[in-house]
Ligand binder design. Structure first.
Ligand SMILES: NC(=O)C1=CN([C@@H]2O[C@H](COP(=O)(O)OP(=O)(O)OC[C@H]3O[C@@H](n4cnc5c(N)ncnc54)[C@H](OP(=O)(O)O)[C@@H]3O)[C@@H](O)[C@H]2O)C=CC1
Length: 280
């Protein structure tokens, strides 16, 4: 059950591919719906639960019986009772999230906030750890390095793994203008999928470049086996200012999936359709 869109904040074209892959695996999506009631109708392990939901426009209801109900609906920051009003720190009253600048400073100069309490940042543990480490060094170690909140490698443990670093296509368009970004993309067919003849069009890679900045790579997205392992390495290159030319002049390892990123020639602008590259 999904309230609105899938994977808000992530690249929406990739989110659509993830949904398609899950639907092909016979996972049903009910959307846009919200849960209104869960009743235990049978004890046991597993017992039985009756679920009631309402469509987001309030016109349709859904009722079904399930063994397990899992809610993965984000989190709010528990900041309401820690005296922020008392010291004048600004926060979003609905979510409890605190407003900070690029140095993690709140509107009160000597008060900083890091981690999931920050408004508009990724709620990820490694990001919070890194931000805290760098803040301590800036405050007490005479260093100046700020946390890079843009080039954050992350992944989704969906049945088809999705790894990404940098911005989504939507965000790149907003930041730079659609005419200033080039999206290179391709499907790829992992070697180990060729013998069993698994889906040729499920795995996908795309690289988003900022044209006026020497086609600097601002986003890398990989949908396929071990996507997180692939993207972790490319994240270092993104942080170093990787350009498409540098990516093209990098020799790929044959026949691994990551090779596809060194050999992207088709742009989304030139052709909506993607080509499939095999790894053998
Ligand atoms: N991100 C991570 O790495 C990890 C996350 N988790 C846990 O997983 C859960 C989900 O996290 P994450 O995906 O990052 O959260 P997000 O905030 O990215 O996504 C939350 C999702 O829940 C929906 N939602 C929010 N409130 C409601 C509601 N009242 N009714 C119905 N749907 C709602 C949102 O819909 P909409 O788009 O419409 O707002 C959105 O799709 C959290 O409990 C988190 O602690 C655990 C481990 C790691």
């Amino acid at each position: 059950m999904v309230r609105s869109i899938l994977l808000r904040g992530f690249d929406q074209k990739i989110a659509e591919r993830i949904e398609e892959h899950m639907v092909n695996q016979r996972i049903s999506f009910l959307r846009p719906f919200v849960l209104t009631k869960v009743e235990k109708i049978q004890e046991g392990s597993p017992g039985k639960l009756r679920v009631t939901a309402l469509s987001s426009d309030g016109k349709e209801t859904f009722e079904g019986e399930f063994n397990t109900v899992l809610l993965a609906i984000g989190r709010e920051a528990c900041t309401r009772n820690i005296g922020l009003d008392h010291v004048g720190v600004k926060y979003n009253p609905r979510t409890g999230k605190v407003l900070v600048d690029e140095e993690d400073r709140t509107n009160v100069g000597h008060i900083f906030a890091i981690g999931d309490v920050q408004k508009g940042r990724l709620d990820l543990t490694p990001v919070a750890v890194q931000a805290g480490r760098l803040l301590a060094r800036r405050l007490y170690g005479r260093q100046r390095t700020k946390c890079d909140y843009i080039n954050v490698p992350t992944m989704l443990f969906t049945s088809m793994e999705y790894g990404a670093c940098g911005v989504s296509e939507e965000r790149a368009s907003q930041m730079y203008g659609e005419e200033n970004i080039e999206v290179y993309h391709s499907n790829f067919w992992p070697l180990e999928w060729t013998v069993p003849g698994r889906d040729k069009y499920a795995c996908y890679a795309k690289v988003i470049c900022h044209i006026p900045d020497s086609e600097r790579v601002v986003g890398v997205h990989v949908l396929g086996p071990n996507a997180g392992e692939i993207v972790q390495g490319f994240a270092v290159a993104l942080r170093c200012g990787l350009t498409k030319e540098q990516l093209d002049s990098t020799i790929g390892i044959h026949p691994v999936c990551a090779e596809v990123l060194t050999d992207l020639t088709v742009t989304q602008r030139a052709s909506g359709a993607t080509v499939v590259k095999g790894t053998c």
